[in-house]
Structure formats: structure tokens, C-alpha cells
Ligand binder design. Structure first.
Ligand code: UTP
Length: 291
């Protein structure tokens, strides 16, 4: 293993409006939508924790306080569960607490785009490499996606984005990578194209919401250039680093679920429900009923 600066910080952008999920997200943050027994934000927190992340940075905004409160110590709740002997539930509640000194909050006053949200963490990141996890995308695999990426990072350093192969008919929905040689799980990235047509797509490998980036990405972000949808795009800033720094993709060994869309959310609930030891068999029975 080569000695690269370790990835200890992770950014969770949660300041978006969640318009695809209205009216559910009128007052409740999209990132609080539950998949099985826990909200999206807790799933990604657990993925980052498994990967050895020590500083959890939330880019939050208006009407999003519930997200930080979710990770609070809840003394009355714990006492009640304890007095009723609900030990398994108590264990689950305790596991959802953020240890002291690990949560950092900063705000994005206006949802100007993912790139702008990430830029809001500039001071908190300083000169360190960092991870970004989009909480509305769940990555289901034997090993968590960020852990898989950090294993690759420890060999290559530089920047790494998670990739997933998508059907040709769907490339127009995603950021697609132009890729070169592969070596030890790291695929050289030569370019990124946002939502190309089938004809224009350089591959079928899409970027799926997990990134390890070097702090130099804040330079292009600071130009605050508007891109697709008139938003400040992370993809545009990353594209400017390609060729200047090592930039690799890692094909995730698992499957992603876009829980910010209604269909992805329903599919994820079925898949996570089926995999749940407590309710999996009953979920399978329900599914059979509607076949
Ligand atoms: P999305 O584009 O999926 O979220 O961004 P959105 O904009 O809230 O959702 P729709 O498209 O309107 O339904 C991915 C993540 O980035 C955050 C979102 O909260 C989400 O978790 N985000 C997005 C920000 O923090 N700030 C932004 O300006 C945009």
C-alpha cells in the first residue's frame, strides 16, 4: 500500500429541494425518507462509518434540522425502551447516534446545485482529500461502496468516482465516463459527459453518487460557473481536474438505488425489506400476493 493522505472526512449534501418527491418533501427533508427501518441519511452515514470516516460534514439548509436531530442522543426514549426491556430496539436507537465531536454542519443558503453545495464545505475540508456521498442514492453490496473505493484509493491516491454499468437506453439520464485502461480495479477516466445521447455516449459507465476528491476541486468550483439546468455542477468542476491529477473510476461491486425518484424508492424498499432478517420472508409473501 502506498502512503496517500487518508480519507477521514465525508461531505453529505442535504440542502436540495427534493422536487421529484413533492408533496412528501414539502416540510420533511427527502433524506429522511425511510428505506426499511432507517432514513436514507442513516444508511449513508453507516456506509461512511464502515469506510473509516471520522468527520461527517452535512451541507444543510432551510427546513432540514430533522436531519441533525436524527443523530442526537434521546435520553427519554432510551429510558423508556430500557424500562420496557426492549433491548434490540434500544440497540438500534443507540447505533443511530453520532459520537461527540464527529458531526459538522454548514449551510447552503440557496440550493444552487450540487457543486455549490460541496463548495460550502471548503473551510471544513481544508487541504485534505474527502469523500462525497449523495444520501438519496443507496449502494447495496457485500462491502459498502465507499469502503471499496477507499481500498482502491489506498493504492492509487488522487480522485476516484464510483461507476455502474447502465443499459444503453438509459445513458441519457446519467453522467457518463469516457474511460481508458484498467489496473487493479481502477479505470482511468479521460472525460465525463453529462446526460449524453446513445450516439454521443463514450461508454455505458455512469457516475453514481460516491466520490473521493482532492481539495484542488475547490478551485474550479470557486468560479461558480452555471452548467446543466443553470445549476453549479460538481461534474463540470471534476472534469477540469481530469488530466491534471490522477482520476480513476471504480466499478461498484453491488447495485445502486436512486431513492430520490419514486420508483427507485419503492424498489429499494422492496430489496432492503426482502433482505431484512426480521421481515424478509413476509415481504416475499406480500410480493407473491401481487404477482
Ligand atoms: P438531487 O438533485 O438528487 O436532489 O441532489 P434535489 O435537487 O434535492 O432533488 P430533486 O431533483 O429536486 O428531486 C443530490 C443531493 O444533493 C443535495 C440534495 O439534497 C441531494 O441529497 N443538493 C442538491 C444540495 O445539497 N444542494 C443543491 O443545491 C442541490
Amino acid at each position: 500500500m502506498t502512503n496517500f493522505k487518508p480519507v477521514r472526512k465525508a461531505v453529505f449534501p442535504v440542502a436540495g429541494l427534493g422536487t421529484r418527491f413533492l408533496p412528501a418533501t414539502k416540510a420533511m427533508p427527502k433524506e429522511m425518507l425511510p428505506i426499511s427501518d432507517r432514513p436514507l441519511i442513516q444508511h449513508v452515514f453507516e456506509e461512511a462509518r464502515e469506510a473509516g470516516i471520522e468527520e461527517f460534514i452535512f451541507i444543510t439548509g432551510r427546513h432540514k434540522q430533522m436531519l441533525e436531530e436524527h443523530f442526537d442522543y434521546q435520553p427519554e426514549l432510551e429510558q423508556t425502551l430500557e424500562s420496557r426491556g426492549k433491548d434490540a430496539m434500544l440497540e438500534k436507537v443507540r447505533d443511530s447516534e453520532m459520537p461527540a465531536g464527529k458531526l459538522f454542519l454548514t449551510r447552503q443558503p440557496k440550493p444552487l446545485g450540487l457543486g455549490h453545495a460541496v463548495w460550502c464545505a471548503k473551510k471544513l475540508i481544508g487541504d485534505d482529500p474527502f469523500a462525497i456521498l449523495l444520501p438519496d442514492v443507496l449502494m447495496k453490496g457485500e462491502t459498502g461502496c465507499l469502503k471499496q473505493m477507499i481500498d482502491v484509493y489506498n493504492e492509487t491516491g488522487g480522485n476516484i468516482i464510483a461507476l455502474e454499468d447502465v443499459p444503453e437506453s438509459e445513458v441519457h439520464k446519467y453522467g457518463i465516463a469516457d474511460v481508458g485502461e484498467e489496473s487493479n480495479g481502477a479505470i482511468e477516466i479521460k472525460g465525463l459527459v453529462e446526460k449524453p445521447s446513445i450516439e454521443e455516449a463514450p461508454s455505458t459507465l455512469s457516475a453514481v453518487g460516491r466520490y473521493i476528491l482532492q481539495p484542488e476541486v475547490f478551485e474550479p468550483l470557486e468560479a461558480f460557473e452555471r452548467g446543466a439546468g443553470n445549476e453549479i455542477q460538481l461534474t463540470d468542476a471534476m472534469a477540469k481536474l481530469i488530466g491534471q491529477q490522477p482520476f480513476n473510476g471504480m466499478v461498484f461491486d453491488g447495485k445502486s438505488y436512486d431513492c430520490g425518484s419514486r420508483l427507485g424508492f419503492i424498489e429499494a424498499n422492496l430489496v432492503y425489506g426482502l433482505a431484512d432478517p426480521e421481515i424478509g420472508d413476509d415481504v416475499a409473501k406480500i410480493l407473491k400476493k401481487y404477482n
